[in-house]
Design a protein around this ligand. Structure first.
Ligand code: 3Y8
Ligand code: NAP
Length: 249
């Protein structure tokens, strides 16, 4: 009997959990515990870190996990690096389910920057109304550019107000809709969108809305991927599960 651990927190992880539940597979979906109430899932969930590589390797052995699927976000670089090391240590096959980076189409006014610091540097200049769609973890970095008005969107109410002198805060979780993001960007008179190149459908609405509004987008490139078997479709994971010969460690 297979015993699958999915490291989740993404639309793809939820889709995989649904497919595995449909097939009657034994699967566990893991969240880091970054937000108050993670989405309900059709398989059992666990919440919280494992305790680094050693903690994850111990978990894999103790829970007799047979297959490990890293379906975390492309920017969850520590978790993905830990997966490769712990899977090898525990001798468990693993695969990385992610989504391709977004690429510009006609009408897009994108500028790519390598990281948060470069995005902050790029915001020199006269005051603008910036939709800072990075979530909660990186807001402090933009205190270095206090001249702008920032539209922030968090999953949970923050314990303390964001440390930006001019900001509006929306509490909402995705997946988001194009109509909803168009309305939000118009209401807030946004003239620049700043976000991660997260890829996938769950966060794409704001890019489509920016395209329709003719707005410039500052896009933070995703970090490089760990050395792992990488797939972009749930079916590719199911195929991997059904062909044990492909089990890589
Ligand atoms: C806890 C678990 C699903 C998964 C849904 C996807 C889509 C909606 C869009 C914007 C951008 C952002 C943020 C975002 C999106 C999906 C996906 C995605 C971006 C939940 C969730 C968890 C998190 C953690 C949270 C981060 C934050 C990032 C908000 C669940 C809802 C900005 C990433 O307060 C915090 O500490 C929040 C932290 C990591 C990044 C940040 O720096 O703040 N996601 N998001 C996961 C855990 O505990 O393990 O309830 O679903 C999941 C989703 N958020 O099943 O439908 O697949 O990406 N999440 C980004 O892309 O830049 C919002 O506002 O447009
Ligand atoms: P990260 O920086 O790569 O991971 C930091 C630590 O958080 C990991 O070392 C691990 O702790 C724990 N962790 C991360 N993901 C986990 C999971 N799914 N289950 C159990 N523990 C986990 O990760 P992050 O960027 O903070 O992302 C945390 C979660 O939010 C992930 O589930 C990710 O998919 C989701 N998410 C992140 C983003 C983003 O922009 N980063 C966007 C959307 C969703 P230990 O070392 O103790 O094991």
């Amino acid at each position: 009997m297979r015993n699958i651990l999915i490291l989740g927190g993404t639309t793809e992880a939820s889709a995989l959990a649904a497919a595995l539940a449909e097939r009657g597979e034994r699967a566990l979906l893991s969240y880091a515990g970054r937000i108050g109430r993670p989405r309900a899932q059709p398989v059992p969930i666990r919440v919280g870190g494992f305790g680094g590589v050693a903690g994850l390797a111990d978990f894999l052995r103790q829970e007799r996990i047979t297959h490990l699927v890293d379906a975390t976000h492309p920017f969850a670089v520590t978790m993905s690096a830990n997966v490769v090391a712990a899977a090898r240590e525990a001798g468990v096959g693993h695969i990385l389910l992610t989504r391709p980076a977004w690429t510009p189409v006609a009408g897009d006014r994108w500028r790519s920057v390598p990281d948060i610091a470069a995005a902050v540097a790029a915001l020199a200049g006269p005051p603008r109304r910036v939709m800072l769609a990075l979530g909660r973890m990186h807001v402090e970095a933009f205190a270095a550019r206090p001249q702008h008005h920032y539209l922030l969107r968090f999953v949970d109410e923050p314990d303390v107000p964001p440390a930006l002198p001019r900001h509006s805060l929306v509490i909402d979780r995705g997946p988001f809709s194009v109509e909803g993001d168009l309305r939000l960007m118009r209401e807030q008179a946004i003239d620049l969108l700043l976000c991660k190149n997260a890829g996938g459908g769950g966060a794409e609405a704001k890019l489509i809305a920016a395209r329709r509004l003719g707005l410039p987008v500052l896009l933070i490139d995703r970090p490089s991927m760990p050395a792992a078997r990488i797939v972009h479709k749930v079916d590719a994971v199911l195929d991997w599960l059904d062909h044990p010969a492909d089990l890589g460690v």
